[in-house]
Design a protein around this ligand. Structure first.
Ligand SMILES: NC(=O)c1ccc[n+]([C@@H]2O[C@H](COP(=O)([O-])OP(=O)(O)OC[C@H]3O[C@@H](n4cnc5c(N)ncnc54)[C@H](OP(=O)(O)O)[C@@H]3O)[C@@H](O)[C@H]2O)c1
Length: 269
């Protein structure tokens, strides 16, 4: 697949899956708009990709916890005459601990980044895609969005379940209009995610087979959206986990997740 001449917007492009999306899309010929808070990292990635591929890259510093951020991004792109053909809603993080261990401000920011920004950026760029008859949208969800909720990281699974359902509805609405929408549902993937929320020590005790490198996750996701695959789970272990959780009676699956997540939290102290 070539995306020569198309423009892709990647949120959370300063690290992990977002930076890997940027590299892969650049290799496929797409021009890029990269956004995150750490603009120095975005600039370094932009220079690298412009030097390596014959593409244009624009960077936008934005904190998606701010309710004005998605509209600000859309306004900058409108002023620059850039029309987004590929939207990768990816920015995210985890808020460890039980629900009452974080104050409401932290939860409100979390919902802005993990839910509202995804919905608002999609609302901003989908009409143009439909008008032009071409669009690709990936909502970066998680295996956590497909299995029962866990103890701790209370709204993480809920936010990711929203994205699965959101992608399914959008895909149904866009069917036959040239716009493909997918939810990417990775399991543990090597990135800065667990450093950012200080759980690296804990997750490094998990068996290696539970982890994937970012590159195959992203290549699989881009292939899935091209094929019109709406919910994409990368990797054999993650596929097995999702299959098992769906095959088991719901109360059994919920009890299993509850027990494992409580054990995990106890080990965390
Ligand atoms: N890694 C995993 O195991 C895993 C598994 C399933 C799903 N996911 C999902 O994959 C996505 C990417 O995570 P990752 O693993 O690549 O983590 P990561 O390496 O920590 O990258 C997270 C990205 O999100 C950006 N971000 C965080 N808060 C932001 C904010 N308030 N405003 C704007 N940007 C913000 C960060 O940029 P700045 O800090 O520069 O703003 C960074 O670029 C997330 O949605 C995550 O939930 C990850």
């Amino acid at each position: 697949m070539t995306y020569q001449g198309k423009w892709a917007l990647v949120t959370g492009a300063s690290a992990g899956l977002g930076a890997t999306f940027a590299k892969s899309l650049a290799a496929k010929g797409a021009n890029l708009v990269l956004t995150a808070r750490r603009v120095d990292r975005l600039e370094a990635l932009a220079r690298e990709l412009e030097g390596k591929h014959r593409i244009s890259v624009k960077t936008i510093a934005a904190d998606l916890a701010k309710p004005s951020a998605p509209a600000d991004i859309a306004a900058v792109l409108h002023t620059s005459d850039i029309e987004i053909d590929i939207l990768i809603n990816n920015a995210g993080y985890g808020l460890p601990g039980g629900y009452t261990e974080s104050d409401w401000t932290a939860h409100r920011d979390f919902l802005e980044v993990m839910v509202t920004s995804y919905a608002q950026l999609t609302r901003a760029f989908l009409p143009g895609m439909l008008k032009r008859g071409f669009g690709r949208i990936i909502q970066v969800s998680s295996v956590a969005g497909l299995v029962p909720g866990s103890a701790g990281h209370t709204m993480y699974g809920a936010s990711k379940a929203f994205l699965v359902s959101f992608a399914q509805s959008l895909a149904a609405e866009c069917d036959g209009k040239g716009v493909n929408v997918s939810a990417l549902c990775p399991g543990f993937t090597y990135s800065e995610f667990h450093d950012a929320n200080d759980t690296r020590g804990l997750v490094s005790q998990l068996p290696k087979y539970m982890f994937m490198q970012a590159e195959p996750v992203i290549e699989g996701a881009l292939d899935a959206v091209e094929r019109g695959h709406v919910v994409y789970v990368p990797g054999a272990w993650n596929k097995f986990t999702v299959w098992l959780m769906k095959a088991l009676p719901r109360p059994w699956a919920a009890a299993m997740v509850k027990k494992q997540s409580q054990k995990f939290r106890q080990r965390n102290g």
